[in-house]
Write a new protein. Structure first.
Length: 614
């Protein structure tokens, strides 16, 4: 696809050079030649069949200035009763690539034995007005199937089903569909009456509907003479992203928001209040290293960056490549070679506008009131925990301005481990958290005494009393009484359960509560920090009896994540608080400098404990 100012955007995937995979940008220069840049997409998962960056199978530019990508992947299917592997399911995941947001907007489980190319061949993905549209085939009770169109609110993740066959409504088999100008046009076979139809759905009316009658009124359907004519009628609709017609109101543009994330070394984005003169912005916007100015910059000391314009948003892809002279003395680097080097971890940068020169399309000068002209940021450390700024919050769960953040492991794919110290046998672990990628944390109740006696307890599993692997799919492992092994008391029999938990670690701040008491294991979550909902599918009541022992709590992480207000509390055997919340550990990371990072988060104990990466 192309942006709004001459930049071509495309995905690239090479099975032999994964370092060049990702999202590429190429822009012709008026003086001749081109500029090139690569957006590293490893923040959005791994490539198909390799460890390199994934290439999107589809790129979607939206009317809100965002760029989305559709990636394929998959996961194991495991029987929750037996723990046995039952196969593999293909997934399609939609991410907001720019401005950077590593939490999936949508994940579709295509089922075992289905491939992404045939699935995507049956449906477009379109985004408009803050909604994502796609179609799926559903199985009906009578053995037949029907096609539906799903419309998902990108902010709330709420899904509205269009053309639902429920309650006696017609069953449609879709030929094709297009969203254009807020109207969704489709052609289909009405299986209920065996007639070919074309139809229109007023998506604005659907969004505003509060009754079933209003919902139905948004749909109009007409019979068509032939299927080919119906298909052509929809196929011939040209989908053009709507562009508002600008009028000169005499008011200059402002910066609505600068999207800078200290975890993201690869891009920045700026939302403007109205259509701007793009050339005036590009001539008066610089990106500089304010902590360690280097020689890999332009003549004005700024870092080169690719400019990508979608609607009223500018996306910036920096390139810190060093400049090297070619045979005729020209400096090659930055945007004129085939590599793109990101910003450096731990360094400080500023995205800055000149105080004059930027205008809207009518020549009205940009104004700087509450925001700008300088947008400074210090990037995350290379790996490990650090105190970072809060990027989004719900006051009930946090109310802070700084949180504990994890930047990623020192080696790719490593599941690092941090020792939170000695805890009682009956314990509550409570914390606020938001995942910045697809994976949540792992919490382990660890029996150090077992590990210290290798002649009896010879591996990691024997020292694990309870393990929670938390995320959109959550596993719980625990020790139940083992009546078959009287000669090894206290080891217990390994048990495992899992469940689909989209309410956990879905990119939103939540408060989590993990209770281990008596023979019980309970996982709960809360949106407001007061009212908790138990994940009943994962509640266990056959935990092995624990007595004495040196129990420790391990926090294990692999992907970027935010934490706050971590409390570890002593429970009675009935699950009630023994004293007060946080009597064992109470960590509030607000107003703490990096130098004050608690020692528990400074040392990775994975190797010293002989832990695995699972």
């Amino acid at each position: 696809t192309v942006d709004d100012h001459g930049t071509v955007i495309f995905g690239q995937e090479s099975w032999h050079g994964e370092g060049n995979n990702g999202l590429r940008f190429v822009r012709p220069l008026s003086t001749g030649g081109i500029e090139k840049a690569l957006l590293d997409t490893t923040l959005f998962g791994k490539s198909n069949g390799s460890w390199g960056a994934p290439s999107p199978h589809k790129i979607i530019t939206a009317d809100n200035g965002r760029i989305y990508g559709v990636f394929s992947g998959g996961r194991d299917l495991v029987n929750s009763e037996t723990g046995e592997f039952e196969g593999w399911t293909q997934t399609l995941t939609v991410y907001q690539l720019l401005p950077y947001n590593p939490v999936p907007r949508l994940e579709i489980d295509m089922g075992e034995g289905r491939d992404w190319w045939s699935w995507m061949g049956r449906t477009p993905f379109q985004i408009a007005g803050g909604y994502l549209y796609y179609s799926e085939e559903v199985e009906l009770a009578n053995g037949s199937t029907a096609d539906i169109i799903k419309m998902m609110n990108l902010d709330t993740r709420e899904v509205t089903i269009l053309l639902s066959p429920a309650n006696g409504a017609p069953r449609y088999s879709l030929y094709n569909w297009r969203l254009s100008g807020g109207v969704l046009f489709f052609s289909a076979l009405n299986q209920s009456e065996n007639v070919v139809v074309t139809g229109e759905i007023n998506t604005s009316a659907v969004q505003a509907a509060t009754t079933s009658d209003e919902f139905l009124a948004a749909l109009t359907v007409n019979e068509a003479a032939e299927a080919t004519d119906a298909i052509d009628d929809v196929q011939d609709i040209e989908v053009i992203r709507e562009v508002a017609v600008a009028e000169n109101d005499g008011v200059g543009p402002t910066v609505l928001q600068a999207h800078q994330d200290m975890d993201n070394l690869y891009s920045m984005s700026v939302d403007f209040s109205k259509a701007v003169d793009k050339d005036s912005v590009e001539a008066n916007l610089t990106l500089t290293n304010t902590s360690t100015p280097a020689d890999n910059t332009l003549e004005n000391g700024s870092i080169p960056f690719m400019k990508v314009w979608i609607a009223n948003t500018l996306h910036v892809i920096p390139d810190t490549d060093s400049f090297v002279a070619n045979e005729i003395g020209e400096l090659i680097g930055g945007l004129n070679n085939n590599t793109t080097s990101p910003l450096d971890a731990g360094e400080s940068y500023s995205l800055s506008f000149a105080t004059s020169g930027v205008t809207d399309t009518f020549g009205n000068a940009m104004t700087f009131d509450t925001l700008g002209p300088d947008f400074p940021i210090t990037m995350r450390p290379d790996n490990g925990f650090y105190i970072g700024n809060l990027t989004s919050t719900i006051a009930e769960a946090l109310g802070d301005t700084e949180v504990l953040r994890y930047a990623g492991p020192s080696s790719f794919g490593s599941l690092e481990a941090y020792d939170m110290g000695t805890v009682p046998a009956n314990v509550r672990v409570e914390f606020s958290a938001r995942n910045l990628s697809w994976e949540g944390p792992t919490i382990v109740l660890w029996d150090q005494e077992h590990y210290d006696n290798p002649e009896v307890f010879s591996d990691e599993w024997q020292s694990t009393i309870v393990k929670f692997r938390l995320g959109g799919w959550t596993d719980v492992e625990w020790k139940a009484p083992d009546v078959h092994c009287p000669e090894c008391p206290g080891t217990g029999m390994g048990m495992w359960d899992n469940a689909n938990t989209p309410e956990l670690f879905n990119g939103q701040w939540k408060r989590y509560r993990l209770d281990i008491y008596g023979t019980n294991i309970v996982i709960s979550h809360s949106a407001d920090g007061v009212n908790y909902t138990e994940i009943e599918d994962l509640t266990q009541s056959d935990l092995n009896t624990r007595s004495g022992g040196d129990y420790r709590l391990l926090l294990r992480v692999r992907e970027a994540i935010e934490f706050d207000n971590l409390q570890i509390s002593t429970l009675n055997s009935d699950g009630s608080l023994a004293t007060t919340a946080g009597d064992v550990v109470d960590h509030d990371f607000d107003d703490e400098a990096n130098d004050d990072l608690p020692s528990a988060y400074q040392t990775n104990v994975k190797d010293s404990l002989g832990l695995h990466d699972w």
